[in-house]
Design a protein around this ligand. Structure first.
Ligand SMILES: [Zn+2]
Length: 336
C-alpha cells in the first residue's frame, strides 16, 4: 500500500524557478502561493482589515486580538468566543508562507492589544510589520511555544535546480496534529488570560471545551488509522509530518515541484519521482486549481484525493473538526 505524498518542503522555495505546472502542483497540494490577493473564500473572511484601524478596545470595549492566518484565527476564536474582538491578517485563501503585509495589517497591529502567531518561522512577514506598527503595548502569543519542531522526516526529491530555502526553525505545520493543537490552544488561552484577566473564566471554559473536542478527534484518528499501520504516501506540500508522526503514517518523500519556467524535463522528473515511490494516491487541496494535478494523476493512473492543510477554509472554530474529519476519511480510504 503506497500512498505517496510528495511534499514541497515547507512550501518555501518560490525562488522563481517553479513553473506554472509546478505552481499548480504546489498550490494543488496546498501552498496556494500564486495570487496573494486571490482569496478563494472571500465571503468567509472575518472582518479582515475593515476594522483594523479601530483603536484598541475603543469601539466595543473588548480586547482586540489580531491573529496571523486561518488556524490561529480559528483557535483564538474558539478560546475567546465573543469575549474579545478577533481579526485575521492573512485572509483565508491567501498564501501564508510567502505573505506580503499590507498597510492595513500594520494598522491592525498598531491598534491591537494581542497578536497570536503560529511561530516556527511561518509568518516571515511579521517581523517588519510589527516593527512598523510601533505598538509597545502589544502582547505577543507564540502558539507553538513548548512544541518541539520536526525537521525533515523523509527525503526531498528535487525536480529542478532551486535555491535552497530551509526553515531553520523546523516545519511549521503543527496545526495538523490535534494533539499539538491542544498545546497551541493552551498557549493562546494562557496568553489571553495574561493580557485580559477579566475574562479568565470565559477563556478557561471555552478552551476546555475545545480541548475536549480535540481529544475526541485524536481518538478517532488513532482508532481509524491503527487499522492501516505504516500507510505510505507522498505529497507536494510538506504540511503533514506532524500528522504522519502522530498516527504512524509513513511519509516516503517530499517531491518538490519547480515553480517557474518549468521545462518538459522538469515535468518528466516530477513524474519519475512520483513513479519511483509507487504512489497509489495523489493528494490535492480544496480551494485551489487542481488542473495540473488532475492531468498528472491521469497520466500516472492515480486517484486524486483532497487533503486539507487548513491554510484556507471557513473561519468557524468548528471548521477545524469538519476539515480534519474529512482528512481522516480521505486517509482511511487511501490507506486501505
Ligand atoms: Zn503549508
Amino acid at each position: 500500500m503506497f500512498r505517496i505524498r510528495v511534499l514541497n518542503k515547507t512550501c518555501k522555495q518560490r525562488s522563481g524557478i517553479l513553473s506554472f505546472v509546478a505552481l499548480l502542483l504546489l498550490t494543488a497540494a496546498g501552498c496556494s502561493q500564486a495570487n496573494t490577493n486571490q482569496a478563494t473564500n472571500p465571503e468567509q473572511s472575518p472582518k479582515v482589515q475593515e476594522a483594523s484601524s479601530t483603536p484598541a478596545s475603543s469601539a466595543t470595549g473588548k480586547t482586540k486580538v489580531v491573529t496571523t492566518f486561518l488556524p490561529m484565527y480559528i483557535f483564538t476564536k474558539a478560546v475567546t468566543g465573543d469575549a474579545a474582538d478577533v481579526e485575521i491578517l492573512v485572509p483565508p485563501g491567501t498564501e501564508v508562507h510567502e505573505y506580503q503585509a499590507t498597510p492595513n495589517n500594520v494598522k491592525a497591529i498598531a491598534t491591537a492589544n494581542v497578536l497570536v502567531k503560529n511561530g516556527l518561522g511561518l509568518e516571515e512577514f511579521l517581523e517588519n510589520t510589527i516593527k512598523n506598527a510601533q505598538n509597545p503595548k502589544l502582547a505577543q502569543i507564540d502558539a507553538s511555544k513548548n512544541i518541539k519542531p520536526l525537521n525533515e522526516i523523509s527525503p526531498v526529491e528535487k525536480t529542478a535546480k532551486e535555491e535552497e530555502h530551509e526553515h531553520a526553525q523546523g516545519n511549521p505545520h503543527v496545526w495538523l496534529d490535534p494533539v499539538l493543537v491542544k498545546q497551541q490552544v493552551i498557549n493562546i488561552r494562557d496568553g489571553l488570560i495574561a493580557a485580559d484577566p477579566a475574562n479568565k473564566a470565559i477563556y478557561e471554559a471555552n478552551s476546555a471545551n475545545y480541548i475536549k473536542q480535540l481529544e475526541t478527534l485524536n481518538s478517532e484518528f488513532e482508532q481509524t488509522l491503527q487499522k492501516t499501520p505504516n500507510c505510505t504516501f507522498v505529497t507536494f506540500h510538506d504540511a503533514y509530518p506532524y500528522l504522519a508522526q502522530r498516527y504512524k503514517l509513513k511519509q516516503l518523500a517530499v517531491v518538490e515541484i519547480p515553480e517557474d519556467q518549468l521545462t518538459p524535463a522538469d515535468v518528466q522528473n516530477a513524474v519519475n519521482a512520483v513513479k519511483k515511490y509507487k504512489v497509489k494516491a495523489l493528494f490535492s487541496e480544496p480551494g485551489v486549481d487542481n488542473k495540473l494535478l488532475t492531468s498528472l494523476s491521469t497520466d500516472l493512473n492515480l486517484t486524486l484525493r483532497p487533503l486539507d492543510s487548513l491554510e484556507t477554509g471557513k473561519t468557524d472554530p468548528q471548521y477545524y473538526f469538519q476539515a480534519m474529519k474529512a482528512n481522516l476519511q480521505t486517509l482511511e480510504t487511501a490507506c486501505k
